[in-house]
Design a protein around this ligand. Sequence first.
Ligand code: SF4
Length: 289
Amino acid sequence: MSDEIKINGKAIYTTKGAAKEYGRIGCNFYTGCPHNCAYCYLKRGAPSKQLGGTEVRLKKCLASEERALEIFCDEARRHIDALQRYGIFFSFTTDPMIPETRSLTFSALNFTMYNGIRAKVLTKDATFITYKRMVLNMKSNTAKELVEFGFTLTGRDDMEPNASCNHDRIEAMHQLHDNGFKIFASIEPVIDWQHARMVIDLSLDCCDHYKIGLRSGVRKDYYDLLSSGMNIRELTEEIVRAGRTVYLKESTRALLRRCFKEEECNRILGLTVDMDGNRIDNLKKEISA
Ligand code: SF4
């Protein structure tokens, strides 16, 4: 994205750092998330107060849900070219598909769909697929073309006490995929490779794209180098063999660089796509070899 494009609205903004690896433009209506994951970044460090912990609240600057939608539409209209080019990601400061947040998210999605803007929605809530507005969208070709649903999968229900269990998330992925939606999975954070492998294996037939990222704020030796290198390589190859795409987040790439020599790193990265989902040139070489 051109560096001149900076959006800093009340609802819509351009992302930075690791968040950018999910979407260059994000939308946050609420702060706080009830899933209470043991590894949650909303609970850690200085920003945790502003980010709300487990209590879901509409951002103060948005005043009310009606006003929040108006603000969203105004900001989106002002930056329509950038949004039509780069799409929009929901959300970084809450789960946008839980009962408390989904109505406003679907209202915003109506706007994005009507205006030809691609949207990505990331959740750990499998129950929204029976929500009446989702049921309506199941029949919409525009929704299938422009809205991509993502599910975070760690395989560790014990660390995500209030979220839908990983099994139910994968079941929801199946249903949406069978209905024609594009689906992605966020394998982040990898708590351990055994569980990451399990959820990837279970979702390969209903997931178009994977993002693999590591745990932050852990000891440098949290991930064993030998098994990490082997797992990153094997999982990347398995995903590509299944005809799916994979993006290794910068955290995973940094670990990969510690596991293998440059040539093998480049070969593995050549199998992956970049953060925008574009295939890396090396992949073409790999396939034609
Ligand atoms: S789903 Fe995400 S935002 Fe919500 S508690 Fe878990 S890690 Fe935090």
